[in-house]
Design a protein around this ligand. Structure first.
Ligand code: FSX
Length: 375
């Protein structure tokens, strides 16, 4: 599919929301070129969990009926029949989730050949792109999970034999779902499961007329999740500010000089962490390799090389931050002395001396019972 000129693209939210507050939202999970890590990530979400949405546990949210190739209750023809029913308009409203990159099936010139298929009709495999063509136009929302589905990811790296691409590249920038939304992109390789489920929950709220339109940036990413860089929330950021860099792994200091791309990568991993507030790349000592970004992986390789610009930014930070760090240590030394230990009029010198000996108890005034006071 091709994109139309920019001026003809409908504005975000121009189309009406689904009305009437549906009780159930069917979700069809389509799989392209991927490692299945996105499914694993989604099932690891906890806030809420996918099982909370499926059981209708979250107040005001429609119950989610998930038709996933691994997790669906139906299988074989019944599984395919569900997707056919959606196409016939018998499962409205429904949403689709795309995991993995979309292959270019036009490259396949073998009769009956294909790159990726999901289910069979009349004994013939149904290509993933055909399901996308059949279900995307009437979907309430189309959500791409993971960097393969959003921007092409690893399958689209240099070489790219399947001409793998992201969902927006396939459907076109002018694509709008029934809710008036472009393809919603939740990147990450693999993504943070809570980022994805939270986005789904937001869409469900909007679909039920219970919440506002999800705020998306110009690449279709949830603004509240991908509006900041890794660096902004990294717990090593203050080391960077003071020009204090790790020279080897295992250090708690800033790892930019070891090849971390955090200062220029949009991702909330340091604050949200990986699963249930635990883990996270930089939190665990790993550097950011830019897996949420459209340029991933090629623009970030080789991963163990310093990002360009590190020499300039690192050197200037070392000079300015180094001065700041020394001034801070000077202030810290002053502030680690209580007024009692160092203030005038409180016998300051004596208390400081006592304190340095390991006690601030004035034994000349309060000698040990039965003992001699120290000199
Ligand atoms: Fe891609 Fe998903 Fe990377 Fe894997 O399935 S985003 S290869 S970690 O996880 O599609």
């Amino acid at each position: 599919m091709s994109s139309t000129p920019e001026e003809s693209i409908p504005e975000l939210g121009e189309t009406e929301a689904v009305t009437g507050g549906p009780d159930t939202l069917h979700v069809y999970w389509l799989v392209g070129g991927s490692c299945d890590g996105c499914s694993v990530a989604a099932t690891g979400a906890t806030n809420p969990g996918v099982e909370d949405l499926m059981r209708g546990n979250v107040p005001h949210l429609p119950k989610l009926e998930l038709h996933h190739p691994v997790l669906a209750m139906e299988w074989g023809d019944d599984y395919v029949e569900e997707m056919q029913a959606a196409e016939r308009g018998e499962r409205d409203p429904y949403a689709i989730v795309i995991e993995g990159s979309v292959p270019n099936e036009r490259l396949v010139d073998e009769p009956g050949g294909y790159w990726i298929a999901q289910g069979e009709e009349d004994g013939d495999p149904v290509r993933m792109v055909d399901w996308l063509d059949r279900l995307a136009p009437d979907a309430a929302a189309t959500i791409a999970i993971g960097t393969c589905a959003t921007w092409g990811g690893i399958p689209s790296a240099e070489g790219n034999p399947t001409d793998a691409m992201g969902t927006t590249d396939y459907l076109g920038r002018d694509y709008r779902s029934v809710l008036g939304l472009p393809v919603i992109n939740v990147p990450g390789c693999s993504p943070v499961g809570d980022n994805f489920i939270e986005t789904v929950a937001h869409v469900l709220l909007y679909a039920a007329d219970m919440g506002p339109l999800p705020e998306l940036d110009d690449l279709g990413r949830p603004e509240w999740l991908f509006g900041e860089t890794v660096h902004r929330n990294c717990n090593r950021g203050s080391y960077y500010e003071e020009g204090d860099f790790a020279e080897e792994y295992g250090s708690e200091k800033c790892i930019v000089e070891l090849g971390c791309w955090g200062p220029v990568v949009k991702c909330n991993m340091p604050s949200r962490r990986n699963i249930d507030g635990v883990g996270g790349c930089m939190n665990m000592g790993g550097k950011c390799i830019g897996c949420t970004m459209p340029g991933f992986p090629d623009k970030f390789t080789p991963f163990f090389k310093k990002p360009p610009g590190t020499l300039v930014s690192g050197t200037s930070t070392k000079i300015i931050g180094g001065v700041m760090r020394r001034l801070r240590h000077y202030s810290m030394d002053k502030l680690e002395t209580s007024r009692r230990w160092g203030g005038a009029g409180y016998g300051g010198d004596l208390y400081q001396w006592m304190h340095r000996r390991g006690s601030n108890y004035d034994e000349r005034r309060y000698p040990h019972p039965g003992g001699e006071a120290d000199d």
